[in-house]
Design a protein around this ligand. Sequence first.
Ligand SMILES: [Zn+2]
Length: 372
Amino acid sequence: MGRGLQLGKIFGIPFRIDYSWFVIFLLITTSLSLFIFPDAYPDWGAAQYWIVGIATSLLFFASVVAHELAHSAVSIRSGIPVKSITLFIFGGVAHIAREVTHPASELKMAAAGPLCSIALCGLFSGLWWVSRDFSVHLSALAWYLAIINGMLAVFNMIPGFPLDGGRVLRSILWMITSNYRRATRIATMTGYGTSYLFILGGIAIFFFFGLLNGLWLVFIGFFLNSAARSSYRQSMVRDALKGFVARDVMTKGLPSIPRNLTIKELVQSQLLISSSPCFLVADGERLEGVLTLHQIKELPREDWDITTVGQAMTPVEKLKAVKPSDDVISMLERMEEGTLNLVTVVEEGRMLGLILRENVIQFAYRLQELRT
Ligand SMILES: [Zn+2]
């Protein structure tokens, strides 16, 4: 979900729309304007279907933003900054800068979104109630927004991690057991369970009732399944790395190569015998840059004999440095924020080693395996 449109800021929080969101916006607008409103109000004109359809769709979009802002407001109040809000095909995500450290804050933060959706459901129900005597258009719009916000609240309260309901469940388990790992594990298992229910239920609806809606459920099921897997992995990595500093995870004693070597020469002379994930490009004592295995793989093979190490490397000026005593988890968060794959560990102007993101993740997995 890396691509999207940056739309400025709401209350200081950067706000992005993922391209996949336009699919759902089109789907909702067309199904309202071409099917739902024409079925319910056969005497309207075509323009009326489209105007009310687009207005309903835009207010639905505003409702999702309000839901995410509710999460964000509670998060900021508990002292955790919100990096951005992204809207995508299944709704919205508020990216918080770090994980919550207290179950009570997580409970409040997770519950805020669905509570906001329930409040909006109530608000639009009220609007429907007062407008139904004087404006059929306004009441139609209010009715669908009440339903859609109600559905948003219900869907998000499904107790599968990483949905809001899963986070609520985790925070409650966390309070009861005082064990974050066990709480995360149970909430994730519920997430997997729910995702399989969606997939199987969707298949059953499709085959036994011949309804295409079933496929939509299968689609949601797969999404929940992969979301549960990746957020479980992420929280386990953070958990494993707790207490470690940059010095513990850095790679030392990397092989040093000259900048005028071609990639082909490097591959022939070093790569086949060395297991190092990267090379220091140096002129005697002076470090000029770093070349990773990943950068070499990215280069087209036919360019290997015309490209030099100096051309392919990341020059030293572009490398970010951390201190050996820096906390690994916050370092990893900064790397993820800046999409950095490596940082150098520098103390008093002297480079002690390098940290590759993939190595830190592998390190976390190894620790995890030793513990379970
Ligand atoms: Zn939510």
